[in-house]
Write a protein that binds this ligand. Structure first.
Ligand code: ZN
Length: 293
């Protein structure tokens, strides 16, 4: 069940908090970010190029916009990014009056709404909330309080949403209404019984959850129906932050990590910490959804 692997290093980099990995199946590129370096990256496996786009403020996550370009969840709220001009255009900031908070992880739902949550910069308990940006550009608060809003995915039948707050260290499930975006019937489906804290999350074609474990040296595969740990892929770095299925057949797993808080000795012991790496998950993922607005 526990498999130590030597990941393939794709982009060697000491990101402070590498995060937000997302595969673009149309363009065949991977978007990822360094939250605290204020940078968005576009990695192209065909050329090996890793383009850097400055975001000028903390960037929590990135999604695709169906009509072109990207949407970011920034320190100062949701914003469009034009990939040609690199211009950033604000959409909405539900926490304009809380400068100590920034946006963190988020993804689009099957109807093209963009869900992302916030956290206080140091992860203070109960300081954040989970928000949903609809296709009209309106923001709704969906869940409060949370501490470190993180991974979020939906099932293939679009009836269930899974969500992680790292401080809670669980995966919660909600009944999800694709027509209204309403969530209900909250329950805990996975509890972390090992090291570290649950961070980013992806779902595979079998409906199983892949959870990046910050401080857990691993990506873990869980069965949300039983809560059971199915597989643990051990990595040679401690602070694993996000994972995304990519490649032509969505059968490669890209993994990001962080060096924030690692001392000099740990940095020497973990030469790949902060880099973008790839592992073989042995299963296919599902394509990511884009923002419809
Ligand atoms: Zn995260």
């Amino acid at each position: 069940m526990s498999t130590p692997v030597t990941p393939e290093v794709i982009v060697e980099k000491r990101t402070i908090v590498g995060e937000g990995s997302l595969w673009d199946a149309e363009q065949q590129v991977l978007y990822w970010i360094d939250i605290l370096s204020h940078e968005l990256y576009v990695y192209d496996p065909a050329t090996g190029d890793n383009r850097t786009i400055p975001t000028a403020q903390a960037v929590g996550t990135v999604v695709k916009r169906a009509s072109g370009g990207l949407v970011l969840a920034l320190h100062n709220g949701f914003a469009f990014l034009d990939l040609d001009t690199e211009r950033i255009t604000p959409i909405a900031d539900p926490e304009r009056d809380i400068p100590a908070n920034r946006f963190n992880d988020g993804k689009c739902d099957p109807a093209g709404r963009f869900w992302a949550g916030t956290m206080e910069f140091n992860g203070e308990p109960d300081a954040g909330a989970l928000y949903c940006l609809d296709a009209k550009g309106e923001v709704t608060e969906k869940l409060r309080p949370v501490a470190i809003s993180n991974g979020i995915v939906w099932t293939a039948d679009a009836k269930t949403m899974y969500y992680i707050c790292t401080r809670a260290n669980t995966v919660r499930a909600f009944d999800y209404d694709i027509d209204t975006g309403d969530i209900s019937n909250e329950r805990v489906v996975v509890t972390n019984q090992g090291e570290g804290g649950f961070d980013g999350m992806s779902i595979d074609a079998e409906g199983k959850l892949w959870v990046a474990v910050f401080g857990g040296w691993a990506v873990r595969r869980y069965d949300p129906d039983t809560g059971n740990l199915l597989q643990e892929v051990k990595l040679p770095f401690e602070r694993v932050t996000s994972c995304a299925f990519g490649g032509k057949n969505l059968d490669e797993l890209y993994v990001t990590s962080a060096v924030v808080g690692l001392d000099d000795a740990a940095l020497v012991d973990q030469p790949q910490a902060g880099s973008l790496v790839k592992i073989d998950p042995g299963v296919q993922g599902v394509p990511a959804f884009s923002y419809a607005g």
